[in-house]
Design a protein around this ligand. Structure first.
Ligand SMILES: [Zn+2]
Length: 261
């Protein structure tokens, strides 16, 4: 009896060991690393089966980019880690290329684009006289005076789905509006929406606009200095309260006034 009991206990023990081993094997087969996660500058960009194939595809991509861009070479850091993944989640070659290009910190300079900007620049320079060139250069550094004291009630940019082309400065009715810079009054009168409006041409393509005034204190073609009183704050035109709508344009293109004042 005692012998049989001992034998049964041994068999039980062996069965338990076998089941554990089988479970381990199943678990290993199910979850063993079968692919690589590739990170570029610490962003995951792809899951691939084979590292060698991935490295070869980077070299191909580099060659291809070399044709489009000048002396292109990735300076990005690639790291790999083994993972388990279902093969349907592997990243396609096209997506890998897209992700690499999107995540690359390598500076690329398209040859074609560079050429066109150079052509544009040279024609522009020919068009401008030497004096104008100096003015255009100065425009980039000009500090404008804030035309009025008060709170910025609305800044430059998209507003309710529409572009707000200037900066609104709210102040009491009748507060002084100053010229933001030396220049010549290019317009003084009424414009639909803007109400009573003053425009000053500062040369070099730079122009400032002051809208919704209650009164205008300058005339067209009048020379003004930076800080001169040109008008008073009002609410004429399309306006919901007394403020000056201040615009800065360079060659007619609205700029963010905050960058100039
Ligand atoms: Zn405005």
């Amino acid at each position: 009896m005692n012998y049989i009991y001992k034998f049964e206990k041994k068999v039980h023990f062996i069965i338990v060991i076998l089941i554990t081993l089988i479970l381990c094997l199943v678990f290993y087969l199910e979850y063993k690393p079968n692919a690589y996660e590739i990170r570029m500058n610490n962003e995951c960009i792809a899951y691939v089966k084979n590292i060698e194939a991935f490295e070869a595809s980077i070299k191909d991509l580099e060659k291809e980019l070399n044709k489009k861009f000048k002396k292109f070479k990735f300076t990005d850091k690639f790291t790999y880690s083994k993972i388990h993944i279902e093969y349907k989640y592997l990243t396609s070659k096209n997506d890998i290329e897209k992700n690499i290009i999107n995540n690359s910190k390598t500076k690329v300079e398209p040859i074609e684009i560079k050429k066109t900007t150079e052509i544009k620049k040279s024609t522009q320079i020919k068009q401008n006289t030497v004096k104008e060139k100096a003015k255009v250069a100065a425009t980039n550094k000009i500090r404008l005076l804030r035309p009025c004291n008060g709170r910025v009630s609305s800044s430059f940019g998209m507003r309710n789905g529409k572009m707000h082309k200037g900066m609104d400065i709210a102040n009491h009715m009748g507060s002084t509006i100053h010229s933001a810079y030396d220049g010549v009054v290019s317009y003084a009168g009424w414009i639909s929406g803007y109400g009573k409006v003053i425009k000053i041409d500062h040369g070099g393509g730079l122009e400032t606009t002051y809208a919704h005034c209650s009164s205008i204190n300058v005339k067209k073609n009048q020379h003004v200095k930076k800080g001169d009183k040109i008008g008073e704050v009002g609410s004429t035109g399309r306006s919901t309260g007394p403020h000056v709508h201040f615009e800065v344009r360079v060659n007619g293109v609205p700029q963010n006034p905050a960058k100039y004042v």
